[in-house]
Design a binder for this molecule. Structure first.
Ligand code: BG6
Length: 493
């Protein structure tokens, strides 16, 4: 048997893309609530208003370039005449019983979801938590418990309370460390006995490319991003400490966006580029899982004149309370080059070159049959800590056939290849893997484009890019395939 009998098969979601109910039960606004929908060739926009003049507008959300996400003197705001996909999303808020029932039918052992921080502390810095928000997740976790599903909870998945972004420039401020630790201890204490596995920041390295999404940072610079990352590292360490004090069986993981990078040519300059780009990601795991700032990053800060607002205590915390396990998202590999040739392609937060050996989906994401084995080996060799694949999957514009069903053979094929590669990492290479949660197990909104039509799920949700649809749920062919995979503990792919 390739996988341990306790292997955590399941699916993953995030509140901002799935939950909806954006003002229900006393929830405050979060950063995702001011993002409009976009498309593969059209960026999402951040909407804003000028509190003094009342002027309103929107700014194209360029992940790579933005120094300020909204103009000086304005604040991100919800406007009446705009459509925001997060506001209803696919309405887990009102469908959680049905959805968890569907997950149970597939045989899920684990369900990754995020708590919407602004549902618990509507402004992020409130004195008291919002009881209605806490009660909502009680119901969700009770439902999971009823079906024997282990929740894996992300504390922050692109859901910084908007008030913290406006009043503190998000994670640029050290004040957020205490706000976050208070929020985390509140929910960890409340859900003790119901939730064992926690993740602090979704794809913490997204700070590098999209600090507004990753940390509610409105005005950014290399100095600010470095500080915001540092503040999140310290907060993570404090949360690991608090979790172990609240319940020694709790485990807190890091969550890293990871995709192997290939050089387009054998030119050594391309290998150096791969090394530098990998450092930009691995730095985040070197600190949070490894417990230390790596020399290459300290040297970079020195060269760039970046100085952190830090304390000696910070570094003790980082070392003593590094993550218990390393979880990561991995969809495919990327290719980079120093040369001009090669077709450009894109992921949700970065650009690359199209790999001539691989097919892609309609959004240019490479389908790489060896990606998980490569990723798992690299990460296990570097940190020797248990790993958990918490996101993997493929976005596709699924169509309903004449028979009323969704025949997503392309998704099954993608997952077969990926799970084979994952199994090889365990059986051939001996990687210690805790679980696998497929991304977007029930259709939800795309983070990168805000579209509905970029669907990942085993379950189709009737909702389109303009917010029309019944929100009815229909299992796709992959639903029955995954059920069989879980029932055979990964033997029958
Ligand atoms: C990861 C994020 O980057 O990729 C998810 O953690 C996101 O939130 C997922 O949805 C897939 O990306 P996209 O842009 O296709 O939704």
């Amino acid at each position: 048997m390739a996988f341990d009998k306790n292997f955590l098969w399941g699916g993953a979601t995030a509140a901002n893309q799935y939950e909806g109910g954006y003002l229900d039960g006393g929830k405050g606004l979060s950063t995702s609530d001011v993002l409009t929908a976009g498309a593969h060739d059209k960026r999402r926009r951040v909407t804003w208003k000028n509190p003094t003049t009342g002027e309103t507008g929107s700014t194209s959300f360029d992940f790579l370039k933005s120094q300020r996400v909204v103009p000086e003197g304005t604040v991100p705001a919800v406007l009446n005449d705009e459509y925001y996909p997060s506001h209803v999303a696919t309405d887990f808020y009102h469908h959680y019983k049905e959805d968890i029932g569907l997950m149970a039918e597939m045989g899920f052992k684990a369900f990754r979801l995020s708590i919407n921080w602004a549902r618990i502390f509507p402004n992020g810095d409130d004195a008291e938590p919002n009881e209605e928000g806490l009660a909502f997740y009680d119901h969700v976790f009770d439902e999971c418990q009823k079906h024997g599903i282990e929740p894996l909870v992300t504390l922050s998945h692109y859901e910084t309370p908007l008030a913290l972004a406006i009043n503190y420039n998000g994670w640029a401020s050290r004040r957020l460390i205490d706000f976050f630790v208070k929020y985390a201890t509140t929910v960890m204490t409340r859900y003790k006995g119901k939730v064992k596995y926690w993740l602090t920041f979704n794809e913490i390295n997204v700070m590098e490319m999209a600090p507004f999404m990753g940390g509610g940072v409105i005005a950014s610079s290399p100095q600010i991003k470095a500080q915001a990352a540092h503040n999140q590292f310290v907060a993570s360490a404090k949360v690991v400490k608090a979790a172990h004090e609240i319940d020694p069986t709790m485990q807190v993981g890091q969550m890293l966006a990871y995709g192997p990078l290939y050089a387009y040519t054998a030119d050594p300059a391309d290998q150096l580029l791969v090394m530098e780009q990998m450092q930009a990601s691995m730095f985040y795991a070197d600190v949070q899982t490894g417990g230390h700032y790596p020399q290459y990053r300290l040297k970079k800060y020195e060269r760039e004149g970046i100085k952190l607002d830090d304390t000696p205590e910070d570094y003790k915390l980082l070392e003593k309370y590094s993550a218990d396990f390393l979880s990561f998202s991995c969809y495919g590999s990327n290719v980079v080059t120093t040369h001009e040739d090669g077709d450009k392609t894109s992921g949700n937060f970065m650009m690359g070159i199209k790999n001539p050996y691989l097919k892609t989906n309609a959004w240019g994401w490479a389908i790489d049959p060896d990606v998980l084995r490569l990723a798992l080996n690299t990460l296990y060799d570097r940190y020797h800590k248990p790993l958990w694949i918490v996101e993997n999957g493929i976005g596709w514009d699924d169509q309903i056939s004449a028979d009323g069903k969704i025949h997503d053979s392309y998704r099954i094929e993608y997952l077969q290849q990926n799970l084979n590669s994952m199994r090889d990492a365990v059986t051939i290479d001996g990687v210690d893997l805790m679980g696998y949660t497929m991304w977007g197990c029930i259709d939800l909104v795309s983070a990168g484009t805000g579209e509905m039509k970029k669907r990942y799920g085993f379950v189709y949700v009737d909702r389109d890019d303009n917010g029309n649809g019944t929100l009815d749920r229909t299992p796709k062919d992959s639903f029955y395939w995954y059920k069989k995979v879980i029932a055979s503990n990964g033997e029958d792919l």
